[in-house]
Design a protein around this ligand. Sequence first.
Ligand code: IFM
Length: 463
Amino acid sequence: MTTNLASDQNAHVFPSDFIFGAATASYQTEGAVNEDGRGMSIWDTFCATPGKIYRGDNGDIACDAYHRTAEDLDLLKNLNLNGYRFSIAWPRILPEGTGAINQKGIDYYNRIIDGLLERNISPAATIYHWDLPQPLQDKGGWINRDTAEYLADYAGICADAFGDRVEQFITINEPQIVSRLGYRIGVHAPGIADPIQGGIATHHILLAHGLAAQAIKASRNGAKPVGITIDLTDVVALDDSAKEEAAQIDMEVNGLYLDPVVLGSYPNIRRQEMLPPEDVIMDGDMKIISTNIDFLGVNYYQPHIIKTISQEGIKFNEFAYDYHPTVIGVRPDAMPVTAMGWLVDPTGLERILHKVSALTNLPIYITENGCAVNDYTDPSGNIHDHERISYLEGHLMSCWRAIEAGINLKGYYHWSLLDNFEWAEGYSKRFGLVYVDFPTGKRTPKDSALFYAKVAKSKTLSA
Ligand code: IFM
């Protein structure tokens, strides 16, 4: 099926209701960690642990977004964006993780939501973008099954407080990163490096998604559109003999999180330690995890390109895959990389959209896509981030082509609105459309922001 979107050789027009948005997350931007009753999160603890974060950075001040709400909402408006994806900090709403609600936390997100609506910008709220209240970590964090229930209670509170105005709720951001980086490898909070705990955390975070979706649907505000954001990567085998391993890697990085949500089962992964131990999967869990949702959020950054290892071994632009010794990952010479070292391949986004659409009829939103660039202000105070413009243009073109091919893609949120705290990388990586001078908090739209503003205004990508 094709949709016959308007296009001539030079102009590619998006549907009139398409969301051109930007995304941020609480701990990465808000700062004000000790203000207005916010409790401690695992990221406060992790950042305070020597050696965990580049240069010892932390989110104490970040972009100071907590104090600059109106300024940031005006930025969105001036960039002609019609959608904003932000996350709610669990420890601002429930400083202990459960129990007493902190009204000042509710007030803060009310200011954001009302300010968005006044500017005709659609609010999309993520319930959990990784800032677990520290008191819940002290009870075991995502290893403790109760954490899934606590998250559902907190999601219900958010839906009751904000569901009369928030247009989309996203339960969890990137369950893969929570379990893999937080529990399996330990480079993210809470810093656990144990494959078994990784498997347990995987199941509990997915269970939390299902329970939270149910709680949001049961809100006194009535059922609101709810979905989950899963980070997906396109796994490509360059030769036939790498295909089987590529399929396994695909299941480990994508299927392990996507299949339970859309199919209600874990994929057939060979490495047993990737899967949740059988005794943590209770009767009825898979049904909860695959609870009906209204849309799927997809985060896409880069592909994984795999080939069979040659007799000469690994060359400089290749890298080993742990646990998959017969294949290597390849960085093709012609493919640019971002300041994170991530490959730039917009066609991967298109392929991911086709693969997801073959699995589910859910409407899809790209809830994150973007790149880190070594941005700097020139002597006149401008930021000429041509790499980001090219990245954005390429990926928007993939979105347009996917819609043209009949894929139910409803929106695109660029990561990120602002340069911000990039987790273990601290402030060393800039992902923003808007440059943030961290010592002063001053915001300056980069050239990419001006480019995106034109696209968003005209809903047209001109070649
Ligand atoms: O900054 C992160 C974000 O928090 C989650 N998705 C990937 C981004 C870039 O690493």
